[in-house]
Design a protein around this ligand. Structure first.
Ligand code: 6R9
Length: 635
């Protein structure tokens, strides 16, 4: 019996049970039957939960890139691996076959080696969404270097913190990057970031925009001449199952960003497995995930999960609004995309555009839609379902984290019946539990609590780079014996999970615990509202009051604002109950967001509570320009 593919709901329950009762057998079989190894593992897992030392597939030897590329060559060498859609509609898309990808990765790997990069060295990659980004990641993995991708929208300060923390020996960047109508001068930003850092020996520069850049003698090298002369084949490095594959930084509510360390075998197996089942992958699919590769979603599903399955994956350099808001629909139509995986923030922004941007595009190739990054509000869910999926594509609302490596709670397309705003059921192998304030497990259904996982899973991050103590403190100290996700969730009458937001975002109003996501859901039903974020602030009578920051759709801005406020509170009362009514409402130009589209509620809370000194790490903010306006007009 094979456990790799789940065919129907009954089989899902069967596999789930098996994964809990006999995890060694379950994961062992998946690992054995679907991947190539140089040497088999000794134990499927080995945990020391005193030290939080977690190992999967001990002493196994493999290379993830051999699994992503080499083993596909005999069967699907000419199949498209990557489709690159450039920012500029006048530039031709590139289709890169598995054969070509092999050569490009091998050449890049040889360049890295020629510049002194060895197994275990850290390489930071600060590139726009161009094929070289994916190729550089794979080249690192091929030679055993640890990649750490830094999103190309980050500031010099954010790069500095990351490069310094991981002690990178090399930075790979480009002269510049195209993003919508803008050009960003990446090389200049890198120069600024690393001027005082001694660990960086080489900066490798890809040509993309032809910006003029300064090349520092002895440190900076253009990629092209080195790449030109590099050998077209490369023997992949033999890696241990637990050798680090990459470090990816994620920001916490306090302190510097955390360098989450993912290792080789467990990450490989679970990203491949979840890609295949969540998106009901079939051989001829064209998979498009709109995330940036600098985000965990890009790592696991644009790149590794997709290539491990021999899939065709689309990489888009630009933004949804350029040259106009029909760009996403253009791309789906042009490349005949079958799976479209995006974020609620993108859906909400496209929803505010005229429907005519969608009509005229043939979206009939679509089979499956996906959402990730934030709770998807009900209105966005329905719009996605009705107008993009035309009510015939299942929506997989996938819940997971940088730390979890792969999707942990999600419907399986064409297997799990969906329910708007619910991430539904845990993946096989994932033992989700809800905990109360006294740290006891809450059993039964129709309950709410802190979402924890009580058994390790293969793709979980193993540590925080250089700070194992912080790893233990952050994830394993709140609920002893369990991994704490930081999110709250409710479990409905059939056992489906709905994520209610970060538990930091729970507000206690007059003694009632209020998750902000369902209130935002109600607010977003208002026809004039584009987006909303609700946070708590100190209130003399209620303990905490609710403060709503709201952006209006263009047509909403002409309405009488006092009326809109009243209607919003009426909506909350009827959908949620009067306890959720907002005490303060502020209409704002934009909500502060992270690069992956998450609303920075922490920052809004600081503004609402008048504590402007508690902003914390804001290096991941994509639109700092909106903050001052919000502060100036705060109520
Ligand atoms: C993959 C990713 C993780 C946090 C997570 C949660 C929120 C992600 C979600 C979701 C509700 C979903 N989140 N997916 N909330 N429903 N489908 O986003 O990783 O950037 O580390 O963020 O995002 O709060 O804890 P990351």
């Amino acid at each position: 019996m094979s456990y790799y593919k789940i065919g129907d709901l009954e089989q899902y329950f069967k596999h789930y049970k098996k994964s809990v009762r006999e995890p060694r057998k379950f994961w062992g079989k998946i690992a054995e039957e679907n991947f190539v190894w140089y040497q088999a593992w000794d134990k499927v897992f080995d945990f020391d939960m005193e030290k939080h030392d977690i190992k999967w597939f001990t002493d196994g030897k493999l290379n993830i890139v051999k699994n992503c590329i080499d083993r596909h060559l005999s069967k699907r060498g000419e199949k498209a691996a990557l489709i690159f859609e450039p920012n500029d509609i006048n530039e031709q898309a590139q289709v890169i076959s598995y054969n070509e990808l092999y050569v490009r990765v091998a050449k890049m790997a040889n360049v890295l080696k020629s510049q002194g990069i060895e197994k275990g060295d850290r390489v930071c990659i600060y590139l726009p969404m161009i094929p070289e980004l994916a190729i550089a990641m794979l080249a690192c993995a091929r030679i055993g270097a640890i990649h750490s991708v830094i999103f190309a929208g980050f500031s010099a300060e954010a790069i500095k913190t990351r490069v310094e923390d991981c002690g990178a020996k090399m930075v790979i960047t480009s002269d510049g990057g195209f993003r919508g109508a803008k050009t960003i001068q990446l090389k200049n930003i890198v120069d600024d970031a690393i001027k005082d850092l001694s660990s960086v020996e080489k900066v490798l520069v890809v040509k993309r925009t032809n910006e003029a850049v300064q090349m520092k003698e002895g440190r900076d090298l253009w990629l092209a001449p080195l790449y030109e002369v590099a050998e077209e084949s490369n023997v992949a490095q033999i890696m241990d199952s637990e050798d680090p594959l990459f470090i990816l930084y994620t920001s916490g509510s306090t302190g510097k960003p955390k360098g989450m360390v993912h290792t080789t075998a467990g990450y490989m197996i679970q990203t491949a497995y979840t890609f295949n089942n969540v998106f009901d992958y079939k051989d001829d699919d064209i998979f498009w995930c709109t995330a940036d590769l600098g985000w965990i979603t890009g790592h696991s599903y644009i790149l590794y999960g997709a290539l491990l399955n021999g899939a065709t994956t689309v990489m888009f350099e630009g933004v949804p609004s350029y040259p106009n808001p029909s760009r996403f629909w253009d791309i789906i139509d042009k490349h005949k995309v079958t799976q479209f995986y995006t974020a609620p923030t993108a859906i909400r922004s496209l929803m505010t555009e005229d429907y005519s941007y969608i009509t005229g595009h043939d979206l009939s190739s679509l089979r499956i839609l996906g959402s990730v990054g934030e709770p998807i509000n009900e209105e966005a869910w329905h719009w996605f379902n009705d107008f993009v999926g035309k009510k015939r594509c299942p929506i997989v609302d996938t819940w997971w984290q940088t730390e979890t490596g792969s999707i942990l709670i999600s419907p399986l397309a064409n297997v799990t019946p969906t329910k708007p705003t619910y991430a539904t059921l845990p993946m096989p192998g994932i033992q989700t539990v809800l905990m109360d304030e006294l740290h006891n497990e809450i059993t039964g259904n129709q309950v709410m609590g802190s979402l924890c996982i009580k058994f390790p899973w293969p793709s979980m991050a193993r540590t925080i780079w250089n700070d194992h103590e912080r790893y233990v403190q952050t994830y394993f100290s709140d609920f002893p014996g369990c991994y704490f996700t930081g999110d709250g969730a409710l479990r409905d009458e059939v056992g489906y999970y709905r994520i209610t937001g970060r538990t930091d975002d729970v507000v206690i109003v007059s003694g009632h615990n209020i998750g902000t996501a369902p209130i935002e859901d109600a607010i977003n039903q208002h026809p004039a509202v584009a987006e909303s974020a609700v946070v708590g602030y100190n209130h003399d009578i209620k303990g905490n009051g609710l403060y709503g920051f709201i952006t209006l759709k263009v047509e909403g801005t002409t309405r009488d604002r006092e009326n809109v406020k009243k209607e919003i509170n009426q909506l909350i009362t009827s959908h949620y109950g009067p306890i959720g009514k907002l005490d303060k409402i502020q209409f704002v130009e934009g909500l502060p967001k992270t690069r992956s589209g998450k609303i920075l509620r922490r920052l809004l809370r600081s503004i609402a509570t008048n504590r402007l000194d508690t902003f914390g790490d804001t290096s991941t903010m994509i639109n700092p320009e909106v903050v001052q306006g919000i502060i100036d007009e705060r109520q």
